[in-house]
Ligand binder design. Sequence first.
Ligand code: DC
Length: 239
Amino acid sequence: MISDMGVMGIPKQGPVVAIDGPAGTGKSSVTKRLAASLGFVHIDTGALYRAVALIAMEQNSGKLDSEKAEIVARKAHLEFKRMEEKNPANRILANGRDITDFIRTPEISMAASRVSAFPGVRSALLGLQRRLGCAGRAILEGRDIGTVIFPDADVKFFLVASVDERAKRRLAELEGAGADAPSFEEVRKQMIERDHGDSTRAVAPLKKADDAVELDTTTMTLDEVVRSMENLIRQRLSL
Ligand code: DC
């Protein structure tokens, strides 16, 4: 068993895999599949920022305010729960309320990106992400997992894909969820805006860790991406 003192003194009880990259590169689908096949826990850190954005807006008549958002990030009890009968099975609860079905709208995507640039929110969510991952046998997906949350992750990936392909995937996801889908151009525009915000913010911007393996998923199928990542993880962790 791997057990070393990680950053902030929380010991890692087992292996941690970090998957970072911009929206639409396939992080969530890939992480879900990898976690199932390796028997690891899947931690979707973007869902935490989305949860904070949703609650902060609900409490402030739809407006975002950095101080109020930080209070939400510090005080709200956020947890992931597996509910096999629900789709998706990995649900996120805020103060006991299942908010999974409300955090994937284009509006909350943009709000989560804004909230994630507030330094107070980032530091409030850092300990939680670290604690969740330190239990070990965990795969965390996000923007700063390999650089800030788990610089000591055992395996790190950075996924990329062309903006057109990413917008196509996000549109299919929105249509699949039965949402009132915006146009391709609108999704593409929002994606560029969100990428820009996520990679230029002052604190923990989206960037590849020096020791991360970069994978361009533009022309790869989900199966191909999962297979190549799983092979590398098994090899590195001797699984
Ligand atoms: O992965 P996602 O699209 O659900 O993430 C929503 C937003 O949260 C994204 O625009 C950037 C932010 N985020 C972040 O800053 N750091 C993370 N580790 C995960 C997400």
